[in-house]
Design a protein around this ligand. Structure first.
Ligand code: PMT
Length: 426
């Protein structure tokens, strides 16, 4: 695994007593591979499912289990202070209940109460427990307090049952943890900035039940919104996708190019950064039918007209200091086609993805892009997660914003960027 901005950061990896505890071993190993310093903290119950020696061998330090240590009278505060992230895999209903209610009944629950670092919990339990209102209310409380939750998946559970409550895939847990650590390393460098992002493929109606659309899942646009929010920006996400957006993002749900255009023009007026990651349909029906077209009436003749070019309009309207980013989904002559769209639409950056390449573009969790700048810069981002692509784009935007303060002024030499107030006090 390549070392990213998370390398050198410290994760306190809490493991509680559920059958999924064995999967925390893989999470531990993958984090260590990424250069993260992993400190394992196991509950007594966790040791019934997985051996201490396993974690001690794979992690960066031996396992800690107890509040009562001769060497350190306050292990929970030390752990809490050292952590850049406390990650709990799996989080049982009991652990979530203690945490939501401020009950410290052991080293791990004391540590999550004693830290100012971000805390991420990965619940895993049987479906009946997962769906119990008490568990859901505890999770809602934790989410309200900015605790990050990696929701469980559907699948096989202990005892052969199948349903909701299975621990999220360790790959997804590691990716989520690395993203948080990456943003800890990047800090709140977008604090005070307003960011508007579009995502997903528009749907242009043919009749009340049929539409013209494309393969965009919204993953890349949602990742840009998430990355901007974790870096402190105020984010509006204009999206056609039904996928959940992280807390704190203002989501505007749209369907057609016309609806997306209205929302983008409205919200972009006051934005510092605008990113058009959506795949807008280029054509729509001139006159969609009001009632369902019937096979009995023969093959319909569909007359198309172009949709508005939202990005070109944003390029015409953009105000001084606003950074405008487009995406280009190409299958051939990627760089020259993207460069021509960059110029034609008056953009600062065009993010070109070769959607004919493996694991790139539509619907994949990964992407590989070339970020072309209007100043002639060209940055290759090899295949990585869409969240990392999002961060790379924002890194370029930050450079372009240069000395501008949020709101358009120029930062004085030596003055702080206004980010420090919003940084975590840890
Ligand atoms: O959503 P995912 O499944 O994660 O996939 C991500 C993605 C492949 C959709 C994304 O990375 C991407 O490439 N988005 C842009 C796709 C696209 O429409 O490319 P284009 O070359 O046709 O358009 C160029 C730019 O103009 C885009 O920023 C597009 O949003 C914008 N546009 C296009 C047509 C139109 N009528 N209005 C526009 O604003």
């Amino acid at each position: 695994m390549t070392r990213g901005p998370a390398a050198g950061k410290t994760v306190v990896l809490g493991v509680t007593g559920g059958i999924a505890a064995y999967k925390a071993v893989e999470v531990c190993r993958r984090l260590v591979d990424a250069g993260v310093h992993v400190v394992p903290v196991l509950t007594e119950d966790a040791t019934r499912f997985v051996g201490e020696v396993t974690f001690s061998a794979l992690a960066s330090e031996p396992v800690q289990k107890s509040m009562w240590s001769e060497a350190d009278p306050i292990p929970h505060t030390r752990l809490g202070q050292r952590a850049d992230l406390v990650l709990v895999v799996p989080a049982t209903a009991r652990f979530l209940g203690c945490y939501a209610n401020g009950i410290s009944d052991g080293l791990l629950s004391a540590t999550v109460l004693a830290t100012r670092a971000p805390v991420m919990v990965c619940p895993a339990m049987h479906t009946e427990m997962w769906e119990h209102p008490a568990v859901q209310e505890n999770l809602a409380t934790l989410r309200r307090r900015q605790v990050l939750v990696v929701d469980p998946a559907q699948g096989r559970l202990a005892g052969g049952d199948v349903g909701a409550g299975r621990l999220a895939d360790p790959d997804d847990i590691v990716a989520a943890a690395l993203a948080v650590l990456g943003s800890v390393a990047r800090g709140q460098d977008l604090a005070g900035r307003r960011v508007v992002v579009s995502a997903g493929g528009t749907r242009e109606p043919i009749d009340p039940v049929r539409f013209i659309s494309n393969r965009s899942s919204g993953k890349q646009g949602h990742a840009v919104a998430e990355a901007a929010a974790t870096r402190g920006a105020e984010v509006v996400l204009v999206t056609t996708a039904t996928r959940p957006a992280p807390a704190g993002i203002d989501v505007v749900k749209v369907e057609t190019a016309a609806e997306m255009e209205a929302a983008m023009l409205e919200h972009s007026a006051a934005a510092d950064i605008v990113v058009m990651a959506a795949a807008v349909a280029d054509f729509r029906l001139k006159a969609p039918a009001d009632t369902k077209l019937s096979k009995a009436d023969g093959v319909p003749e569909l007359v198309l007209e172009p949709t508005p070019d939202i990005l070109a309009e944003l390029g015409r309207r953009r105000r001084d200091g606003q950074v405008l980013v487009g995406f280009a989904a190409e299958t051939h002559d990627m760089t020259s086609r993207a460069a021509s769209k960059l110029r034609g639409k008056n953009l600062d950056f065009m993010v070109a993805n070769d959607v004919s390449a493996q694991h790139v573009g539509f619907d994949h969790d990964t992407n590989a892009v070339t970020i072309l700048g209007s100043d002639g810069t060209c940055r290759e981002i090899p295949l990585t997660s869409k969240l990392e692509v999002a961060h790379a784009i924002l890194d370029s935007v930050i450079v372009r914003l240069g000395g501008q303060r949020p709101g358009g002024g120029i930062r004085r030499a030596g003055a702080s960027g206004g980010d420090d107030n919003s940084r975590r006090d840890s």
